[in-house]
Design a protein around this ligand. Sequence first.
Ligand code: SF4
Ligand code: SF4
Ligand code: SF4
Length: 486
Amino acid sequence: MLRRKSGTILIYITRLLDEIVRNALPAPRFNLHLIAMQKLRALFRILFTFDPAARLDLFTAFPIIRSFFKNRRNMAFLRTFGDFAFSALILLGIFGPQDPGKNISLFLAWGIWWSGVVLSWFFVGKLWCGVCPFLGIGRLLQRYGLSLNLDPPHALRRYFIHIAVLLFAAIIWAETVTDLKNSPLGTALLLLSILTGATVMAMLFKGQAWCRYVCPLGKVIGAGATMSMIELRATPDLCRSCDTTACKKGRPGLRGCPVYLGAHNIKNSLDCLLCGRCVLLCERESPRLLLRNPFVELLAIKGRDLTCTFIIPFLAGSQWARFIVEDAKYQSLIPPLFGPPALSFSLLLIFCFAVFLGIITLGNRLLGMRRSSLPIHCSPMIPVLTPLAFSGELIYRLKYLLGEAGNFPTVLTRQFGLTIEHYSFVIPASAISLLEILILALGCLGSFYVIALFRQKQSESGQTGFCRSLQILVSLVAIVYFLLIG
Ligand code: SF4
Ligand code: SF4
Ligand code: SF4
């Protein structure tokens, strides 16, 4: 029986889906069919109903995935391919034609690569980091003993998120103010500077300190991965009696976890690179790749993690700033108000970040958090805003990808000295707008779903504090997003 007392439409819908999954799928007739139906049922239950404990072990359901991670050559092959592709991209940017209409590195970097990475947050979390090419040179230097192998200093461990946010702000600032998306050389230098940062850190510190502490891309991907459909986790029963912790320390001839974590220490999706090294190292087959409801971790973290606390409001604020400066409606208005474009964007970026900090503080008050609590730390507003921030970033990246996709065949032919214009095409602006609205609507739905789940959890434990005002506040944020993409 469906219980109607839950009080929210969204939760009612998920329960209805649960009923449908349980009753509507046809009865299995033979073994293989039975297994397929069980997997399908598990998949539906995990994705469309909210059971915090429900997981589908992908290593057990599809053993080929575990075999893939267990074979060192597979990941090494992907990494090598990535290293070559990125080297080619950087070389094209530096030595190729500087006319944006004749250099494919721009579309490959900003359209295919970064849009693909943002889209991957939701489906595969931090999997990009498992094959990331920025680490190639550092890893090679470490293998040949060309690293001081120091422990990361206390200051780095303490202020890592501040450094990461500053670096991310610098990337967004440079991307917007210097129009990096139209500069092959600028794009190549940006990639080169991230590569340099990762390499220098690898020469100084053991493992991948760059990834664990300061990589701005890694922190943004990690914050996005808290809303991912998959997670890598150890099996606590198997780890309890383990005295080797090989997943963290490694084994003779095999280095341990590059971010000093180890499968048994993974509590969330923020730091684990999904490199699969622990799958290879663990002799008890404890690490599992699990399919989960994407909102499970958001609810569990409740904004308590420092990374999300800073990254999510900055990401969302920077989106507002970027939408504003890149919209023709505002372009003529802003520079005269605030001076040169670089200064006006800097002020706008700070202002929009401050607006989101204000929204979080206000949300805290509406949630009944006492004044003495830190303004944003530990705020349940972070998970509430995460789906909106994710959809905002996806929209921003897809706008470029879809807008430039039609020119790609022409740019590609020009790159090789040909001029074949008739292969170009245009994706209608109305289709792009429709897609943007759809993605934003899904983001809003996600945010309201998180509110509904919090509300249900609170009412089950007899607490009060959630109120309609919070939904109104999030609706206002969503309206601003809609106006800005419109
Ligand atoms: S944290 Fe940064 S450098 Fe490290 S793997 Fe991820 S994107 Fe690459
Ligand atoms: S994951 Fe494996 S190696 Fe790591 S603590 Fe658990 S059992 Fe030990
Ligand atoms: S916990 Fe495992 S998958 Fe995650 S970064 Fe460490 S070794 Fe790689």
